[in-house]
Design a protein around this ligand. Structure first.
Ligand SMILES: [Zn+2]
Length: 539
């Protein structure tokens, strides 16, 4: 039997941007888009070109290779023509494959928010869709407040959907913008839309999580006939979030209720990267992953020792709804951890490091990683540090240079003009081929910056090689309260080739934690220059 295709649409970079405390830079957007593209999403919505400088810049160049790159914007304003609408011009010019228009479909909003007639709104939808297809782009229409609009005035809500479809929209997306609709209502209303003549393979669902049912509503819509599902990574989004794609995707791929009828564009083995995708995204947001997240949480397949653990070891299916390795997660039992080992071997293989299952050095590496993760290291968000640790433990990392010691001073004083100043000074002693050099640097941007400048000031014969090394991000997380807390520092680096890598340091001293992460970054860069490092990051 031919399976029907479900299209996966990610709006992390657009609707996810509405999350309190989340503000993506252009660099962040490029990195996230590459992660999503690599994973196998069909559509990646990047933002709202013209609405803010970040999104405008992000759409100057197509950031992805495989997926359809989607720009978001309003339908044409009522009362003016498409060619006279400046917002429309920006949308049509953006380097996107598709345009997703947000359109009002609740007559109350048409009157109150747009201040135009119902007819004018339908006209805007029609002309906007035609402008996109006329420019050679795929058109999508997000019908905002669709379910509430349908309950208030079904004829008008349906007229909006039909107008978009008949004008040539590839997808008309039914949005539960307020997030209060229940799965049974979603099912009935989707059925009514299809009965009104808009086929399900042109319909999408966009659900919000205000009653904790965004995923359930999305799946209900699919069962009722829609064939595109929208959501975000880890369910980020305003208020209670959007539908969580990290939950929806494995459900579609692994659960017989769906996978016997439907297929997605994801390769089967891609799903094994799901846990890493979810955790890397949290690291990028500088927040702790949710341990109890379905499928990908650290506790998702954890069983406490005892009667369950021994039964679990005899037959994992007795206590697991899916095998954890299908989503790249780990089974956690308080006895010998076989699942962990193959996971490690795979993680190493991805970095070009081959190690046999029986190699005692592998057990040693696993115990070091576990020990370090228990003290706060997060290797999921720091591929380069993980690789350095693995190579040090399993083989060898060349001794490029040795830091003999460093000293950092912070001085807060009044300058000659009576202004309060805080200046940091760092001294680093480095040994290269038996020769000692000492570098001193000063910074008004804090002790870590001073240390970074001093460390990279004179690396002797390696100096020219690290000339294009740039630290693009520096994240600090306090792992437990009080001033005596453990600090974790994550550094993101890049170089002239456009590669990026992440390194980590942990210490009860923030300078020391930063130093560890800086050192790993420099050594990784030197190894990378010699083709001795694996390809680890989005390039
Ligand atoms: Zn939304």
């Amino acid at each position: 039997m031919n399976k029907e295709r479900i299209y996966l649409f990610d709006t992390t970079l657009r609707d996810g941007q509405q999350t309190p405390g989340v503000d993506f830079s252009v660099e962040d957007k490029i990195a996230i888009a590459a992660m999503l593209d690599e994973f196998g999403l069909d559509y990646i919505e990047g933002g709202y070109p013209g609405a803010n400088p970040t999104d405008t810049k992000f759409f100057e160049k197509k950031a992805i290779r495989r997926a359809s790159f989607v720009a978001f914007g309003m339908t044409k304003r009522a009362g003016i023509s498409v060619s006279n609408d400046p917002g429309m011009a920006l949308l049509l010019q953006a380097k996107s494959d598709a345009i997703c228009y947000v359109a009002k479909s609740w007559d109350y909003h048409v009157k109150v928010a747009l201040g135009c007639t119902n007819e004018e709104n339908l006209e805007s939808i029609e002309e906007s869709v035609k402008a996109a297809t006329g420019a050679g782009k795929e058109a999508l229409v997000d019908c905002e407040h669709f379910f509430d609009g349908y309950k208030a005035n079904p004829d008008y809500a349906l007229a909006c959907v039909k107008t978009a479809y008949e004008a040539g929209a590839r997808w008309v997306v039914l949005c539960d913008t307020n997030g209060g609709t229940q799965p049974s209502e979603v099912r009935d209303i989707v059925a009514a839309v299809i009965a009104a003549g808009v086929p399900g393979d042109h319909l999408g669902i966009h659900a919000h999580n205000d009653t904790g049912q965004a995923v359930a509503n999305s799946l209900a819509a699919i069962e009722a006939g829609v064939r595109q599902v929208q959501g975000t990574l880890n369910g980020i989004g305003e208020r209670c979030g959007n539908a969580n794609l990290v939950t929806i995707i494995p459900t579609l791929v692994l659960k017989p209720a769906f996978n016997t009828r439907f297929e997605t564009g994801l390769d089967a083995d891609k799903l094994q990267g799901l846990t890493q995708l979810a955790h890397s995204f949290d690291e990028l947001l500088n927040r702790s992953p949710d341990h109890q997240a379905p499928y990908v949480g650290a506790s998702a397949f954890a069983t406490k020792a005892g009667i369950h653990a021994s039964a679990l070891l005899k037959d994992p299916r007795t206590y697991e709804h899916v095998p954890p390795e299908t989503v790249g997660n780990l089974r956690k039992v308080m006895v010998s951890d076989q699942g962990g080992k193959s996971n490690f071997i795979n993680a190493l293989k991805r970095r070009g490091i081959v190690v046999s299952k029986d190699d005692p050095k592998l057990d040693h590496l696993i115990s070091i990683v576990k020990e370090r993760e228990a003290t706060g290291y997060a290797y999921e968000g720091a591929d380069a540090s993980f690789e350095m640790l693995a190579r040090r433990t399993l083989g060898s990392v060349p001794d490029f240079f040795r830091v003999d010691g460093f000293r950092v001073m912070v001085e807060r004083r009044f300058d000659a003009n009576g202004n309060l100043k805080t200046v940091s000074e760092a001294v680093v002693k480095v040994e290269i081929d038996g020769e000692m050099t000492m570098s001193v640097a000063e910074s008004v941007h804090g002790p870590v910056n001073a240390l970074d400048i001093a460390l990279r000031k004179d690396l002797g014969k390696y100096q020219a090689e690290i000339g294009d090394l740039v630290l693009v991000d520096f994240k600090v997380r306090i792992l437990n309260g009080s001033t005596a807390a453990i600090t974790r520092v994550l550094i993101e680096s890049t170089d002239g080739t456009g590669s990026r890598w992440w390194t980590v340091g942990v210490s009860d001293n923030i300078i020391d934690a930063s130093f560890q992460a800086l050192m790993d970054s420099i050594i990784y860069k030197l190894m990378k220059n010699r083709d001795q490092a694996g390809q680890i990051a989005a390039e």
